[in-house]
Design a protein around this ligand. Structure first.
Ligand SMILES: Nc1ncnc2c1ncn2[C@@H]1O[C@H](COP(=O)(O)OP(=O)(O)OP(=O)(O)O)[C@@H](O)[C@H]1O
Ligand SMILES: [Mg+2]
Length: 176
């Protein structure tokens, strides 16, 4: 069960027992993997995916397993909060020579900026999100900790009725 995996992962991270091995990781492959895992849910809600991250995209310094988990958690949220037949957009900002920023955007209800920082604390979803459909509130805390372990960061850019864009920032791998 995923809740248990998330709790175990949080415990591993907190006690320094989640092993991170940084290496150049192809983000396009990580995305395709996650989309495959999520295919049934995408179909269920008739969602459209606009994936602007083609193969041959620059690589990021990351731990492949951790990055897959992060992308799965963020993508799961994008799907959960998307309206039926909504569009989920995947994009990669590679304008900086040292940094890559992967963006996952949805057309859901958005998040009030005042709520955003709280969402990174395990189980600390506020009253509003506790009422709304959602899970236990572990996805973003796990994602944020893993990004941190990889020397990266996660940022949420959202406003009510404007959808949500989650940005995952990592160091760019030096091309050999
Ligand atoms: N893409 C999004 N659009 C709107 N709200 C979001 C989005 N992503 C996260 N949230 C808000 O942040 C809360 C916390 O997200 P988080 O992924 O940590 O937990 P969850 O999805 O509710 O449960 P879990 O991930 O453990 O199954 C969500 O319940 C929701 O209120
Ligand atoms: Mg979640």
């Amino acid at each position: 069960m995923r809740i248990i995996d998330d709790i175990l992962n949080l415990a591993r991270i907190e006690t320094g027992r989640y092993e991170i091995d940084l290496e150049p990781v192809a983000l396009d492959a990580v995305l395709l993997d996650a989309l495959q895992v999520m295919a049934p849910r995408l179909r269920e809600k008739s969602l459209v995916v606009e994936n602007a991250v083609g193969d041959g995209a620059p690589k990021a310094m990351a731990d492949e397993r951790a990055m897959k988990q992060v992308v799965l958690h963020v993508l799961a949220n994008a799907l959960r909060f998307s309206p039926n037949a909504g569009t989920v957009r995947l994009m990669l900002d590679d304008g900086d020579p040292d940094i890559l920023e992967l963006g996952i955007a949805d057309e859901g209800p958005g998040i009030d900026p005042s709520r955003i920082s709280r969402l990174f604390t395990p189980f600390r979803k506020d009253e509003r999100s506790a009422q709304a459909s959602g899970g236990p509130g572990l996805g973003l805390p796990v994602a944020a900790k893993l990004m941190d372990l990889m020397g990266g960061s996660i940022r949420i850019d959202s406003a009510p009725d404007r959808g949500t864009r989650v940005n995952l920032r990592l160091a760019r791998a030096r091309s050999a």
